[in-house]
Design a protein around this ligand. Structure first.
Ligand code: ADP
Ligand code: MG
Length: 435
């Protein structure tokens, strides 16, 4: 478990996802799983054909499809995190809204990808931990690194040997604030400070109603729009979390409630959309009186199964009673089909985008064609029996590849000019050092 959970610092992954603000589409092909497949040994219909290429075989033809990354059946949770989770966290720390969606038919591996296995009590992640717990781990690690790196830098720069920094600096010397701050009259109080705040919420959209997953029996909640906040859920519980343990606690609460709710509505959880959201805010005071606040929202979305009832579930052994399934599927498809429509309209560059036609698209409109960096994970089963649904998922994924978002850093500075002066000085120092 230790090796699996370890994240070597500074180790750069091949930048499969690049740096642009286009929506990135990753296909993950799960291995065959006994108990999910009716017959685990049936022929497979998809084959990984290079890091970004997938070969799909049907009875009559084979076609090759390209995505930003194709993760094959052997891809571990840790490898998947490195490519998809890390850049997401880094973007988020830089002040970009970010989101990861898992799309695919029931049983294709969405929940495995997003949540996977959670640790019982300790904070050592099991090898099968999915994106969300790994994102927690990495998020707090990076926040600490950035913070201690900054404190250590400023300690180096001030004449007084500060005893504040608790852990060794991990970054290169690139002195900041020090001398600029010393010119201010407040003397020793001139240490720059950086504080992070993380708030989490978790909700479920079921039959076009929004439910809080952190508060039992909180009836359907309304969506509201506000010029400053954007679209938000009125009355949704938010928990301030100080560390990975707390965040895992919030996640566990939500998962448990999702299960309770599923029994209450007589529905499998695969029939609802689940959204875990982190708000990350950094407050940097490079010098007294100068404040720079960056905030970003990270949406981690486990979508409802994308299968259409009329196609059945392929060769999958999952699923519950027919009647119930019929009702649930019709309702869920409102959000999913509007999502498909929104993506279609966006890629056709139509003037009107029907975001408001479903709860999911209204709530997540920033993530689709808006101010966010988004990764869509299209989960597929390898089995021939699922070919029909797999083709439908890949069609959705192919269309999503054409989406372009407009992500900007969300920041608010009370003295941009002063900050620029500071940055200018820092660059000059670096230049001097380099000579
Ligand atoms: P979904 O959420 O899309 O309905 P699940 O994530 O529940 O699907 O996956 C269905 C089953 O397949 C689960 O038992 C899960 O543990 C297993 N599974 C999915 N993806 C993988 C994978 N990459 N490796 C191993 N097992 C997987
Ligand atoms: Mg699931």
């Amino acid at each position: 478990a230790a090796a699996e959970g370890s994240l070597e610092q500074g180790q750069d992954e091949p930048s499969v996802l690049g740096n642009s603000t286009d929506v990135k589409v990753v296909v993950r092909v799960r291995p065959q799983v006994l108990g999910v497949e009716l017959q685990p040994d049936v022929a497979t219909c998809v084959e990984v054909d290079g890091f970004n290429s997938l070969l799909v075989r049907s009875a009559s033809e084979a076609s090759s499809m390209q995505f930003n990354w194709v993760a094959g059946p052997a891809t571990t949770q840790g490898e998947f995190f490195k490519v998809v989770g890390r850049p997401t966290v880094e973007n988020c720390l830089s002040g970009f809204n970010s989101s990861v969606f898992a799309y695919g038919q029931t049983g294709s591996g969405k929940t495995h990808t997003m949540i996977g296995e959670l640790p019982e009590e300790s904070d050592v992640l099991p090898p099968n931990a999915g994106l969300i717990p790994r994102i927690f781990q990495y998020l707090w690690r990076r926040m600490q690194e950035v913070q201690s790196g900054m404190l250590a830098n400023s300690a180096n720069n001030t004449a007084a040997a500060g005893s504040g920094a608790s852990s060794p600096s991990s970054s290169k010397d690139g002195g900041e604030a020090g001398d600029e701050a010393s010119s201010s009259s407040s003397g020793s109080a001139a240490q720059p400070s950086l504080t992070w705040m993380v708030r989490c919420s978790m909700l479920e959209i079921h039959r076009e109603e929004v439910y809080d997953l952190l508060r039992p029996n909180s009836g359907p909640l309304n969506l509201r729009e506000d010029i400053r906040k954007g679209v938000y859920v009125e009355g949704l519980a938010e928990r301030v979390v100080d560390n990975m343990q707390d965040a895992l606690g919030v996640l566990r609460t939500g998962i448990a409630l999702r299960q309770v709710a599923a029994t209450q509505y007589n529905a499998a959880s695969s029939r609802s959309h689940c959204i875990f959201t982190c708000h990350v805010e950094s407050r940097l005071e490079p010098q007294p009186g100068l404040v720079n606040v960056r905030s970003s929202r990270l949406h981690l979305v486990d979508l409802a199964g994308s299968e259409r009832l009329r196609y059945g579930l392929g060769g999958m052994a999952l699923g519950e009673g027919g009647d119930r399934q019929l009702k649930e599927t019709t309702a869920i498809n409102t959000s999913l089909s509007v999502l498909g429509l929104v993506i279609l309209r966006l890629t056709e560059q139509q003037p009107h985008i029907p975001y408001r036609n479903s709860k999911l698209t209204f709530l997540l409109q920033d993530s689709i064609g808006g101010n966010a960096k988004t990764i869509i994970v299209a989960n597929v089963s390898p089995s021939e029996a699922c070919l029909h649904e797999t083709l439908s998922t890949l069609k959705f994924a192919t269309r999503a590849r054409n989406l372009v978002n407009k992500a900007v850093i969300n920041e608010d500075t009370n003295g941009d000019a002063a900050l620029l002066r500071l940055e200018n000085r820092r660059l000059r120092q670096e230049l001097a050092l380099a000579r």
